[in-house]
Design a protein. Structure first.
Ligand code: FES
Ligand SMILES: [Fe+2]
Length: 409
């Protein structure tokens, strides 16, 4: 079924490509410049968006084996992810119930985790199994002091968690069926080749860039080239959006030869999987996924963006996932070159520009910024951020329940 939806999107792109057209939003949209600079709003966004909505916390291949764990901090919340005995993922508040010390740091493999402060021990499913010197500590009911559990969901080779232990928002509802489409990347069983974290500008400034092809031949003229396409059609699934260039051609990369495919003349069955997932797939509010070929493998860059401490700061982890680990030295080298290239593009072009833009906006002298009819992705993103930032907890549930009903109709 999801292949049918992918084919439908691809046919839309082919038809627009053949006609040299693109889909437009209704109007040019104005967004107040303060949406990027207002510190009180920024704090509300962290609370209402990042600490309340499901977030894509890791690719599954970052913790593939039973016992693997990963600790991270998201907007001040210490999160612990574990791969439990039954192969499912656990998501916990990374704080010992004794006095709150984080249990784990970084990544590792352990089926039991001992707190480094006084030595309490937990299983990786969150159960407290050992209180140090219990005869001295005093009687407590261990069941009452398990790690705090967060809602967690794994699908399409990605892991989501909601950093609110009391959240009633179903993560699958929130995803709107988008994870079924993401399965087309076939990340399940892929491998994590490399990762790095980069500092960036305001999180929305940074995210705007992932939703924008308009800038590609200008800002990235020295890296992607001045002839690069600048048009995208947008496909929205709730707040999640895929963007891709309208074109009737695709490059099929097989080994060393690039082969131009005339998609108009292919039947649905003949369209290769890699063509069906072309473009950029964003997962609201902070993920962008783009696939490419490098190191002799199919690969993808999963960029995971989080707000930083201040309104003008964010940080992005780039995960380079690959279908298989590259085997030859030449393939490893070319995969690293590919990864380094994408660091340069993002750090020295996108984020450098974003920081300059942010500093200028902070002057307060420009009241509004614009998103053209050709930039529907940014329009939709800012509308969702505003709507979800202002929604009460009950409204949040309604929004996703209602969206679901509409999708089913
Ligand atoms: S804080 Fe963890 S054992 Fe004391
Ligand atoms: Fe860019």
């Amino acid at each position: 079924m999801s292949r049918e939806q992918l084919i439908e999107m691809t046919r839309n792109l082919i038809a627009h490509g053949a006609a040299d057209t693109m889909e437009y939003a209704d109007d040019v949209v104005r967004v107040p410049a303060s949406a990027y600079t207002d510190e009180a709003l920024f704090e509300r966004e962290k609370q209402q968006i990042f600490r309340r909505l499901p977030l894509t916390v890791a690719p599954s291949c970052e913790i593939p084996n039973v016992g693997d764990y990963k600790a991270m901090d998201i907007c001040g919340v210490p999160l612990l992810l574990t791969r439990k005995k039954d192969g499912s993922v656990g998501a916990f508040l990374n704080m010992c119930k004794h006095r709150g010390n984080p249990l784990a740091e970084g990544t590792g493999n352990a089926t039991r985790l001992m707190c480094g402060y006084h030595g309490w021990t937990y299983k990786n499913d969150g159960d407290l199994v050992g209180v140090a010197s219990p005869q001295d500590f005093g009687a407590i009911d261990k069941a009452e002091f398990c790690l705090t559990r967060f809602p967690v969901y794994e699908s399409a080779g990605l892991i989501w968690a909601t950093l609110d232990p009391d959240s009633k928002l179903d993560i699958a509802d929130y995803l709107y069926g988008y994870d079924d489409l993401l399965k087309a990347f076939e990340f399940d069983g892929w491998t994590l080749f490399a990762q790095r974290t980069l500092p960036g500008p305001n999180w929305k400034t940074a995210y705007d860039g992932y939703l924008d092809f308009y800038h590609l031949p200008v800002l990235h003229k020295d890296t992607f080239g001045a002839d690069f396409y600048n048009r995208a059609n947008y496909f929205a699934f709730g707040p999640h959006q895929r963007l891709s260039t309208p074109s009737k051609f695709a490059i099929k990369v097989s080994g060393d030869d690039d082969q131009q495919l005339d998609l108009e003349h292919l039947s649905d069955d003949e369209i290769p999987q890699e063509v069906l997932v072309q473009g950029v797939w964003t997962i609201f509010p902070h993920i962008s996924i783009a696939s490419f070929y490098g190191g002799g493998q199919r690969g993808a860059m999963i960029s995971q963006l989080f707000p930083g401490n201040g309104v003008g700061e964010s940080y992005t982890t780039q995960f380079y996932v690959m279908e298989n680990k590259p085997e030859t030295d030449a393939d490893v080298k070319s995969a690293h070159e590919q990864f380094d290239f994408l660091e340069i593009v993002v750090r020295d072009e996108d984020y450098k520009t974003g920081k300059r833009q942010h500093e200028a906006l902070q002057s307060g002298l420009l009241k509004e910024v614009l998103f053209g009819k050709n930039e529907r992705g940014g329009q939709v993103f800012h509308q969702w951020v505003e709507k979800l930032t202002n929604a009460s907890d009950d409204e949040l549930l309604d929004i996703f329940a209602a969206e679901h009903r509409e999708a089913a109709e």
